[in-house]
Structures are given as C-alpha cells and as structure tokens.
Design a protein around this ligand. Sequence first.
Ligand code: SAM
Length: 207
Amino acid sequence: MAKSAAKPVSSPGFDPWLSSQRLFPPYEWTEVFGRRAPVEIDLGAGDGVYIEARARREPERDFVAVERLLGRATKIAKKAVRGGLSNLRVLRLESAYFLRNLCAPGSLDVITLRYPDPWPKRRHHGNRILTREFAVDALRACRRGGRLQLTTDDRDYFEWACREVAACPDWKGDEAWNGAEEPTSEFEEKFKQEGRAVYRKAWGNLN
Ligand SMILES: C[S@@+](CC[C@H](N)C(=O)[O-])C[C@H]1O[C@@H](n2cnc3c(N)ncnc32)[C@H](O)[C@@H]1O
C-alpha cells in the first residue's frame, strides 16, 4: 500500500516550546559595575571602536557592548582590559533578546544602534533589528528622559526605522541630537571613505 502524505500537525494540547525568558534574571547594573551610574548600551557593537572611545572619554558613565560575533566581542573585551576600562563590559548575544529579557524596566539611559545591518531586500526585512517590537522593548528598558539613537548609511532603512519608532508614540524625536559629539566607529570610517551619506536620529522617552 502506498504511504499517505504527511498529515498536518494538529494541536497537541500543549506548547512544545519552552520559554527562553525563564533562563536568567535581568542584569542589576549596580552589581555589575559596583556603583550607581548612567548606563548606555551599544547594540551590534562590532569591534568596539565607538564604545571604547566613549568609555575612555566618560569614566563617570557605564557602557555595555552587545555583539553576536565571538571574534568581534573578543576584540571589545581586549580593548576593555588593555585600556583598564572598568566602566565597559561586553556580552556576546543577540541584541533584541538581550534588550527584551535581560534589561530591567527603566534601567538604561541610552540605547545606541550604529550602522545596524540594513537587510535591503524586502524579503529580508524581518531580520532588521529596529522593528516596532524593538521600539516598545527599548521604551520599557529606558528610563524616563532616556534616549534611543540610530546612525545608518542606508536611507531606506533609516526611513523604515523612523516609521517603526513612530508607531510607539512615547518615543519623541529629539531634535537637539545630531550625533556631532559622537566618536567614530569602524564602519563609519569605512563608509566615510566610500563617500556614503549618513543618517542620524534620536528619540527621547517621554513615558
Ligand atoms: C555593520 S556592523 C556595525 C558595527 C559597529 N556598530 C560600527 O558602527 O562599526 C553591524 C554589527 O552588528 C552585529 N549584529 C548584527 N545583528 C546583530 C544582532 N541581532 N545582535 C547582536 N549583534 C548583531 C554584527 O555582527 C556586526 O558586528
């Protein structure tokens, strides 16, 4: 007898997925850094050129670099050790997971995204980091008056990201921020040499 085609899976009456949200409690930044200071996170930090410069320049603030590639995360850790930067930590993890599950409500002062992967093809837009869900998570994790800041060379992504954040009305465009005080990063240098435009925007948490 010929085998029948695979049957569609019917509801088994239970959820086979275990929630990864139960793995770890959120970080207590005062325990991590051993003091109470403003905390900034840099998501997709690359080799850490930007975050190292910030940590060096502003010892009164604490910085967390999140990067999913081991080689890049390791370079950041080396920069922290060589520079004696006790206000800089690195985490090798996926940024959106980190923000949603490991950052307590109101625990962050600034969330930075510099040159996030633009995923230009429409069918890849689902991979983009700055979605409206991300904007909601960022709002929850940011203290009142805190900031979300984006820098990108990709105009389409920039406009798309602005629309995604606008769907979360408690983020208000921070017109005073133009990124002029920001140190550079490795991708910024590369794109500058290629003569590409730069798009920057920040939003403040009015919640
Ligand atoms: C274009 S590079 C920009 C690096 C750095 N911010 C800069 O300005 O030079 C994007 C970085 O984000 C990292 N990345 C991409 N998606 C990520 C994610 N979902 N979670 C953590 N890191 C991610 C990549 O591995 C890469 O290092």
